[in-house]
Design a protein around this ligand. Structure first.
Ligand code: C2E
Ligand code: CA
Ligand code: CA
Length: 720
């Protein structure tokens, strides 16, 4: 009975996990649409999004339909209805309120009933979508069939008690033996306390003085709360069933070991007279808690317990983390029963290859861990890679999938070893599926560090922690400041000022390098509005942004709201190696030029095909990379390149900015060669926005670069 319950609990849990993954993906899509400034209500988006919802619904068991709410909470897209039915709105708006009050990283549940348009008994799970600046963008909803879910529990006899599945507000989603069961008003206060603690059991009297035993099980990771209620009088006669019911609630809510053990200890006190039977049941229960129901291997808690028990006798030589590649996708595509078959097949092959002295565990989601005591770890890893990637026969067809293996050899601290093996597995996977990697502290620290930076950076977007400094650009003919380049800065609370060379590539690979105006609270155009009318602002923009055809309109809007004229705005295309010669990119560039905006090719000379770019794309300026300028006076090749670039650009009527000018000699030489502009520490380091007016004042009083040597430069910087 207990194993059966654990099985149905696990299958519900999997159904919920898969549903939550689909919801998270849909919420993410709302965020992406917002970033790209695409309208959720546009017919093209609706058709495309709806197709995804239909496909997802087909792969999710128990899900009747998936829906999308817009930023006002209006039902906008549904997998079930091409045209959204008009239904009378509930004035309390319970679903929308749940969306507004639940962080986007967590799901909420609601129900039952839901829109009367869905003619099945259902309850719902939802997730809100929020922009980086906290704006609500809408929500993704899934309606699950109550009858379908309950079917998993039909075998349970509650023996006069009640099991209620509810949301954290105590609203019943479904219940046994009947859905009309509610959490009684007199138990609410206590219920709330225990629920927010993660769950517990307690005794309570109703207003008539009858005693009740209530067990609550909730998990931080799941929006479902399970409650079992039973009259104290019946507890003694049917303690076994009660234990079962308690187990059911707890197992589902995934707070297995701790709560259940506590419940059992209390239960023991309550029924101390029948200790013997209780002890047997407890043994069974604990062994169930240590085992993963789908593979019969240890689960995480079981593995840890075994490792600790063996620790005094033997230490493992290595921990291996083995992950089935793309397991979630396989489970989505082929269904839960196939996923279960795969898991048990992998488990049995793992058992055969690893040998009797190894400990094997399934940690969930297709990830296995082997503690290896005698063989050479790498030999075992290779054996596993080979054995596990042989075809698996399932319901008449061959299934092929790969695994990735990470190994940690440092098993002094078991918890650290598990983390290390996991990190190595992530790296093995990144190297292409079906690989093996040892934990490498230096590399993994790097990965870990960029992940931490990414997390912090996400939080910094749109706040004062990200801001712009401005580096002056000198016009060589007039010896006046002609413009400023806006350079992004990140002052992290824990790391101090992080250089853009570090955080920009991380932001980019994490997909969070947004257009400058969205990254910082005060945009370069807002700053430029306060400068003299003849001074331009140069803004860095990665090449891929030119693939977004809404870029010109966004810039036009910003120019209008700040009142800066387009002629004062220059866009520097960085990473020009990525520029694609396609219609969208060229169209965007032409549109920007039509508005009057200047385009500059950044880091000229370092890209792969910079010269051919000059012919293909309509640039107005090029910026010679500082490596050439700095080599100019000593390295004849660098000097020749600078010279040739200047000749070429005169020919093509392009303006040239020399970057990284640090000495007077370099500046002089550039003047002689007819270079238009210079930028570099000699003129000034990047300045804070508030220092610009003073700098301009000082500079026009003494309109020539003042510093020559690095020491002098520092002095000048200090004086400013
Ligand atoms: P970049 O666009 O080539 O910017 C010029 C870099 O050279 C700046 O570094 C600037 O401080 C530095 N520099 C200026 N004069 C001198 C000099 O005389 N000597 C030396 N050694 N360096 C000088 P920074 O601010 O660290 O920026 C590094 C790179 O990060 C930028 O190179 C650019 O590629 C990227 N970046 C900075 N801000 C942004 C931004 O807002 N958006 C994007 N997409 N990239 C940015
Ligand atoms: Ca630049
Ligand atoms: Ca540059």
């Amino acid at each position: 009975m207990v194993a059966m319950l654990a099985g149905s609990a696990a299958s519900i849990d999997r159904a919920l996990q898969a549903t939550e993954a689909a919801l998270a993906a849909n919420a993410q899509r709302l965020v992406a649409l917002d970033l790209l400034q695409q309208d959720l209500h546009s017919p093209a988006v609706i058709v495309d999004f709806r197709e995804t919802l239909i496909r997802q619904t087909a792969t999710l068991s128990s899900v009747i339909s998936l829906s999308i709410l817009d930023s006002q909470g209006h039902w906008t897209i549904s997998s079930r209805f091409r045209i959204i039915p008009v239904i009378p709105a509930n004035p309390r708006r319970p679903i929308w309120n749940a969306a507004l009050h639940t962080p986007p990283s967590r799901s909420f549940v609601f129900g039952p009933g839901a829109p009367s348009a869905i003619d099945m008994k259902s309850f719902g799970v939802g997730r809100s979508a929020r922009a980086a600046d906290g704006r609500i963008l809408g929500g993704a909803l899934a309606f699950l069939s109550t009858d379908d879910i309950k079917r998993s529990f039909q075998a349970i006899d509650t023996e006069g008690g009640t099991v209620i599945a509810s949301n954290p507000d105590g609203e019943t989603l479904f219940a046994l033996p009947s859905d009309t069961a509610r959490i009684p008003a007199w138990a609410r206060t206590r219920w709330n306390e225990e629920r927010s603690e993660g769950g517990n059991s307690f005794e309570i009297s109703d207003p008539e003085g009858h005693g009740w035993l209530v067990a609550v099980a909730a998990s931080r990771d799941s929006p479902l709360v399970f409650t079992s209620i039973k009259s104290v009088d019946s507890v003694f006669e049917s303690r076994r069933q009660f234990a079962t019911t308690v187990f059911l609630s707890t197992a589902i809510a995934l707070i297995a070991t701790v709560t259940l053990f506590a419940l059992w200890v209390r239960q023991q006190c309550l029924t101390h007279r029948k200790t013997l039977i209780a002890a047997a049941a407890r043994e069974r229960l604990i062994s169930n808690l240590s085992l993963d129901p789908s593979t019969k291997l240890y689960n995480r808690a079981g593995l840890e317990k075994q490792l600790v028990q063996r620790d005094s006798v033997a230490r493992p030589r290595a921990l291996l983390m083995i992950g089935i590649d793309r397991f979630q996708e396989i489970a989505h595509a082929l269904g839960n029963s196939t996923a279960d078959q795969i898991l048990s097949e992998v488990a049995s092959r793992l058992g055969e290859s690893a040998g009797p002295r190894c400990l094997a565990a399934h940690l969930g989601a297709g990830e296995f861990c082997v503690a290896q005591y005698d063989e050479d770890p790498e030999y075992l890893a290779r054996k596993l890679l080979w054995t596990l990637s042989q075809p698996h026969r399932s319901t008449g067809r061959d299934l092929l999938f790969g695994v990735s293996v990470g190994i940690s050899g440092g098993v002094q601290d078991l918890q650290a070893a598990q983390q290390e093996a996991s990190a190595a597995m992530v790296r093995a996977r990144a190297a292409g599926l079906g690989n093996l990697r040892w934990f490498d502290p230096a590399l993994d620290r790097q990965i870990q560090d960029s992940m931490l930076i990414e997390q912090e950076l996400r939080a910094a977007i749109g706040t004062d922690a990200l801001y712009m400094d401005y580096q002056p650009i000198l016009a060589l003919e007039t010896n006046r400041i002609a413009g400023f380049e806006a350079l992004m800065r990140w002052k992290s609370a824990s790391r101090g000022v992080v250089p853009p060379d570090v955080f920009i590539p991380i932001a980019e690979s994490a997909g969070i390098l947004l257009p400058v105006a969205r990254m910082v609270r005060r945009s370069p155009l807002q700053a430029a509005a306060a400068w003299p009318q003849d001074i331009f602002v140069s803004i860095n923009c990665p090449a891929y942004e030119f693939k977004d055809s809404s870029l010109p309109q966004r810039i036009r809007d910003q120019l209008r709201t700040t009142g800066v004229s387009a002629e004062r705005c220059c866009i520097e295309v960085t990473e020009s190696a990525l520029l694609e010669n396609d219609e969208i990119v060229l169209g965007v560039m032409r549109e920007l030029k039509d508005i009057g905006i200047r385009l500059a090719l950044d880091d000229f000379g370092t890209g792969h095909a910079s010269l051919s770019y000059l012919r293909t794309f309509p640039f107005d300026r090029i910026k010679i990379d500082r490596s050439f300028i700095q080599g100019m006076n000593s390295d004849t090749t660098a000097a020749a390149i600078v010279n040739a670039t200047l000749t070429l650009s005169r020919h093509m009527r392009l303006e040239v900015i020399a970057e990284g000018v640090e000495t007077h000699e370099q500046l002089q030489r550039l003047k002689e060669l007819g270079c238009d502009y210079a930028q570099g520490y000699l003129i000034s380091r990047p300045l804070g926005e508030k220092d610009i007016q003073t700098f301009l004042g000082d500079f026009s009083a003494e309109p020539r670069p003042v510093a020559d040597t690095p020491d002098e430069m520092k002095l000048v910087a200090l004086q400013r």
